[in-house]
Ligand binder design. Structure first.
Ligand code: ZN
Length: 203
C-alpha cells in the first residue's frame, strides 16, 4: 500500500478524562514556560501559550497544596547553539528571554532543570531526581506541544513513567501541531489526556 499524505484523515483523539493520582508519587512538570516562548516580546512567541497560564496557575496551586513535587524545564542555550540554525536565537542563557514567566515563578523547593534539547531528560538530572523522589506519575504541561512537550512526554513514557497531559495547559503554534502531539502522546506513549480542573491529587 502506498502512503498518501494528500488524503490523510485525522485519527480520533481521546476526550479528556478525570484523573485521580497519588500526591506522594506524582510530579507536576512545567516545560519551557519562558519569556521567549510565552511573552509577546519573546523571540519565539507561541500566542496560544497565553491562555494556558491561568489553568497552569490553578494546577500549580492545587499541586502545591497537595504536596506534589513541582519540576520545571528551562530551555538554556549558549551562544551559537546548533539549535539556532533551526529556530533562530532563543532562550539564551542568562537573558530575560530564558527566564521562566513571572506568573509561574518557581518556589525555592521546586526543581528547575536546564536543558539543551527538546527532551527534558536528555543530558539532565531529571530522571535521577524523579526516581530519588519516588515519582511514578508525571503531569506534563507547557510548550511547545509537538516539540519539547512531546519529546519530554515520550522520553518519560519510554522510562515507564505514567504520563498525564492536561490539554488546557499545553500550547502549540498551530492546531495541526497540537493534534500531532496529542495523537502521539495518547496513542504511542499511552499518556492520559485530561484537563487541569479534573485532575485530583489524592493522599
Ligand atoms: Zn531550544
Amino acid at each position: 500500500m502506498v502512503c498518501s499524505v494528500e488524503t490523510v484523515s485525522e485519527p480520533e483523539i481521546p476526550k479528556p478524562v478525570p484523573v485521580a493520582i497519588e500526591s506522594s508519587t506524582s510530579a507536576l512538570l512545567i516545560v519551557d514556560m519562558q519569556n521567549d516562548f510565552c511573552d509577546p516580546k519573546g523571540k519565539l512567541f507561541v500566542p496560544a501559550s497565553v491562555s494556558t497560564v491561568q489553568p497552569l496557575k490553578n494546577l500549580l496551586s492545587k499541586a502545591r497544596k497537595a504536596g506534589v513535587r513541582v519540576f520545571y524545564t528551562q530551555d538554556w542555550h549558549g551562544p551559537n547553539d546548533p539549535e539556532f540554525a533551526i529556530w533562530g536565537e532563543h532562550a539564551l542563557a542568562g537573558t530575560w528571554g530564558a527566564e521562566i514567566l513571572d506568573q509561574l515563578k518557581p518556589e525555592p523547593e521546586d526543581v528547575v532543570v536546564k536543558k539543551l534539547r527538546y527532551d527534558g531528560f536528555y543530558g539532565t538530572s531529571l530522571d535521577h531526581l524523579l526516581r530519588l523522589y519516588g515519582v511514578k506519575n508525571i503531569v506534563i504541561t507547557g510548550t511547545v506541544a509537538n516539540i519539547c512537550v512531546l519529546h519530554t512526554a515520550g522520553s518519560a513514557a519510554l522510562r515507564w513513567y505514567n504520563v498525564y497531559l492536561p490539554v488546557d495547559c499545553v500550547s502549540a503554534l498551530t492546531d495541526f501541531d497540537m493534534k500531532i502531539a496529542l495523537r502521539q502522546i495518547s496513542f504511542l506513549y499511552r499518556g492520559i489526556l485530561t484537563t487541569s480542573d479534573i485532575i485530583d491529587f489524592r493522599p
